[in-house]
Design a protein around this ligand. Structure first.
Ligand code: NAD
Length: 476
């Protein structure tokens, strides 16, 4: 089997390997991927540092062309890359191809941003002096990503990093090296100068930690769990390294009495359970007012009964497997925690057997939940949602905000007044009206509040906040 190696200083390198396993069929080895050592990570950082002076001064047409070429290849190969994504991570084929196409859109967007770099020329408070405010690249950016969006998240970090003239050391999650390797291979062949983008696959505690500790990394952008994020932030602050964190969510979806029932059920089903509930923006708390509660629970349960959970690569599958045994154990643990806390398991929660050995879990719906239960306060990151019954819109809003996270939040209502009220008052970085809490555009800011996010927003032109640093120059 071919070994897919790390890319350090423009050379594919590495001997130690680990297998990449298909969660729909654990007998299927997707590939063998190099596992970097701390020394490999240090070499990658040195290569990125050496490449920075030239790349930071590269022309905007060079960056534009490279990012555009990357977008074109990703789009042209979206079926193949989407297939790899589904095989490696377990989301359905449609979701895998959709995520791949989104990555192409992101590269196209930042190809355009490279041509829109600008600054300001303003008069000084002192006569005869000119002031210019410009943006410059930050330096070497360390990119650390999770497994659940193995193409889109690396794309939305790598594309702006390169667009604004930074060099990169990229460490993907251990479970999804295939997508990371493919993306880096495309960028490498598109013509990136050596050392501008380095790939170091391997363990977080080894490779990620080496990046966090290195004085030669100028900024770290991280997406992953709150625990890892907090440790990275503390280390970065200690050495004054710029840091951006996107972390967990426990996103509320409020269903008000006047909601269109079909819309509410569609939105809840998609937001809570699609992509196996493994989205930071998943609606894991369904907060439902009394007048619609029973009808909503009955209709959602009916829909869940018909959902097809199976091999991610089968065309009819609507929900693929959980990503691995650890995540499955966590989901199953939370299902017993919910039962022990007194919530009613209204549907699902059983392990499923399919024709191949995989991590199949029937989506689980809890009802009669209290907001202070652990299943309503802690991120489960699986196909598990809790319904909380409330009296009215006021109680729903208070309950929605009574959570340490603040990534995404939604409301289903037919009332413009209520939609406006919830848009203004939900404590979240993103608010959805009659739409799933998960599923966002590629050209507008993405991020949250409270324990969900730290630092500037990602995506869209707001990405320049993190990937550049501002200079104010005075000339007489
Ligand atoms: P994780 O925190 O376990 O790992 C994330 C990355 O950090 C991996 O690449 C891992 O190897 C690395 N890492 C681990 N220890 C490290 C260390 N000591 N130093 C440096 N890096 C280290 O998270 P995960 O299980 O891969 O992803 C799931 C989490 O990601 C969930 O909490 C989910 O909500 C979150 N997530 C958030 C967003 C968002 O944008 N807010 C998007 C997707 C996923």
């Amino acid at each position: 089997m071919t070994i897919h190696q790390n890319l350090i200083g423009g050379q594919w390198t590495g001997t130690e390997t680990r297998p990449d396993i298909n969660p729909s069929n654990t007998n299927d080895v997707v590939g063998e991927f190099s596992s970097a050592t701390r020394q490999d990570a240090e070499q990658a950082i040195a290569a990125a540092k050496a490449a920075f002076p030239a790349w930071s001064r590269s022309g905007i047409m060079e960056r534009h062309t490279l990012l555009r070429k990357t977008a074109q290849e990703i789009r042209a190969r979206s079926d193949e890359i989407g297939y790899l994504l589904s095989r490696e991570e377990g989301k359905t084929l449609a979701e895998g191809v959709g995520e791949t196409l989104r990555a192409a859109q992101i590269f196209d967007f930042f190809a355009g941003e490279a041509l829109r770099l600008n600054g300001e020329a303003v008069p000084s408070a002192r006569p005869g002096i000119g002031v210019e405010v410009t943006r410059e690249p930050v330096g070497v950016v360390g990119i650390i990503t999770p497994w659940n969006f193995p193409v889109a998240i690396p794309a939305w970090k790598i594309a702006p990093a390169l667009c604004y003239g930074n060099t990169v050391v990229f460490k993907p999650a251990e479970l999804v090296p295939g997508c990371a390797w493919t993306l880096v291979d495309i960028l490498h062949r598109a013509g990136l100068p050596e050392g501008v983008l380095n790939l170091v696959m391997g363990e977080g505690a080894v490779v990620g930690q080496a990046m966090v500790d290195s004085p030669d990394i100028d900024a770290i952008t991280f997406t992953g769990s709150v625990g890892t994020g907090k440790r990275i932030a503390a280390a970065c602050v200690e050495r004054m390294c710029k840091v951006q964190l996107e972390m967990g969510g426990k996103n509320p979806l409020v269903i008000l009495d006047d909601a269109n029932l079909d819309t509410a059920v569609d939105v809840a089903l998609n937001g809570s359970f699609f992509s196996t509930g493994q989205r930071c923006t998943a609606s894991s708390r369904l907060i439902v007012t009394e007048g619609i509660h029973d009808r909503f629970v009955t209709a959602l349960t009916e829909r869940l009964r018909k959902v097809i959970v199976d091999d991610a690569l089968k065309p009819d599958t609507q929900i693929g497997p959980v990503v691995d045994q650890n995540q499955l154990d966590q989901d199953v643990d939370y299902i017993s925690i919910g039962k022990n806390e007194g919530a009613n398991l209204a549907f699902g929660g059983d392990l499923l057997n399919r024709s191949t050995p995989g991590f199949y879990l029937q989506p689980a719906l809890f009802t009669e939940c209290r907001n202070d239960m652990r299943i309503c306060q802690e991120e489960i990151f699986g196909p598990v949602a809790s319904v909380i019954r409330v009296r009215d819109a006021d109680e729903a809003l208070a309950m929605a905000n009574d959570i340490p996270f603040g990534l995404s939040a939604g409301v289903c209502t037919e009332s413009l007044k209520m939609a406006t009220h919830f848009k203004r008052n939900l404590e979240a970085g993103m608010v959805m009206v009659n739409l799933p809490t998960a599923g966002v555009d590629f050209h507008v800011p993405f991020g949250g509040r409270k324990a969900s996010s730290y630092g500037p927003r990602e995506q869209g032109s707001y990405a320049s906040e993190f990937y550049t640093t501002v200079k104010t120059a005075y000339t007489v």
